[in-house]
Design a protein around this ligand. Structure first.
Ligand code: NAP
Length: 307
């Protein structure tokens, strides 16, 4: 059994920021990450609204910088998935595929994952034209036509990114107005490669070996039309990764962890930070703020236990 003061689950901006603050506070802190550090931000080509970078900064670069900064202060990063968290006799026990750990406090910074559209052909063509990551797969669509499904920040931002490769990018949105920030909307409207297909939802993704097109339903009339595309990028929202703390922390109706302003959950010593938390604005800047607050709250909690 490995013993630490604090365990952070998830190495996105929230987890890494928590790690920086906790390590600087001289807490013996371990952070578990099962993939690449940086979370969803690391798969964003460019982050334009994180203060301090006047020309924007690449998501992977920002993630690497945060990781290096955390390591410089002595954060221990363990590349392992956490399978179970339990609390017994005042301690948290974390079963991971890198061994069993005991910690006095835990910060859940497990983030969110893209939602599926749940239409015919989506699973079948996943990896064969259907993608949830333009940064990862965009370059395969050089000179081709693609559809981006959704009208939020992710959909519009990634549609703009895809115009670097694709000849034509359709944004398929179910309403007559985009949800994305006005600044992104303007950029999309001014981009001649982008065409918005309003009031429409995909009903089927079609093809033989690879995606060849989608059938779209006009939600006002019910009429179906086919759109020839080589790729479909799905950005219809995210869902929280909160299963690990289900039963320990109160969740809202969508599965987001409910915290107070100090990032405390309904279980003493368990904190939450970043996209997994119920909040109104999900951005890198709010994730790192959550992480910093959670680390300071965890420090106070651990001091209280000693006292
Ligand atoms: P989102 O804001 O929830 O947008 C999801 C979009 O998908 C909406 O336009 C929604 O339509 C549409 N949609 C949902 N279910 C659908 C369905 N079944 N069929 C068709 N369309 C469907 O999600 P997101 O864009 O992934 O963003 C998640 C969070 O991250 C947000 O808080 C966002 O602000 C943040 N984010 C910020 C940035 C940035 O600041 N640069 C970048 C990425 C993400 P309706 O509009 O009709 O609901």
């Amino acid at each position: 059994m490995l013993i630490r003061d604090l365990a952070i689950v998830g190495g996105g901006p929230a987890g890494l920021a928590a790690g920086i603050y906790a390590a600087r506070a001289a807490l013996k802190t371990v952070l578990f990450e099962q993939g690449m550090p940086g979370g969803l931000a690391a798969s964003t080509e460019i982050i334009e609204n994180y203060p301090g970078f006047s020309s924007g900064i690449g998501g992977p670069e920002l993630a690497q910088n945060m990781e290096a900064q955390a390591r410089r202060f002595g954060l221990e990063l363990v590349y392992a998935g956490v399978e179970e968290i339990t609390k017994r006799e005042g301690y948290f026990f974390l079963k991971t595929d890198g061994g069993e750990f005991r910690a006095g406090a835990v910060i859940a910074a497990t983030g969110a994952k893209p939602k599926f559209l749940e239409v015919k052909g989506e699973r079948e063509f996943h990896g064969r034209g259907v993608s949830y990551c333009a940064t990862c797969d965009g370059a395969f669509f050089r000179g081709k036509k693609v559809a981006v499904i959704g009208g939020g920040d992710s959909a519009v931002e990634e549609a703009l990114f895809l115009t670097r490769f694709a000849d034509k990018v359709f944004i398929v949105h179910r309403r007559g107005e985009l949800r994305a920030a006005k600044y992104l909307q303007q950029k999309a409207m001014n981009n001649e490669k982008i065409q918005i297909v309003w009031h429409s939802v995909p009903v089927e993704i079609k093809g033989e070996d690879m995606v060849a097109g989608i059938s779209l339903k006009d939600v006002r009339t019910g009429s179906i039309t086919d759109l020839d595309v080589d790729g479909v990028f799905i950005y219809v929202g995210h869902s929280p990764i909160s299963n690990l703390v289900r039963g320990m922390a109160d969740l809202d109706e969508n599965g987001y962890i409910i915290t107070d302003d100090e990032m405390r959950t309904s279980t003493a010593g368990l904190f939450a930070a970043g996209d997994v938390r119920r909040k109104t604005l999900r951005q890198v800047v709010t994730a790192v703020a959550d992480g910093a607050i959670a680390a300071v709250s965890a420090e106070k909690y651990l001091e209280g236990l000693k006292g």
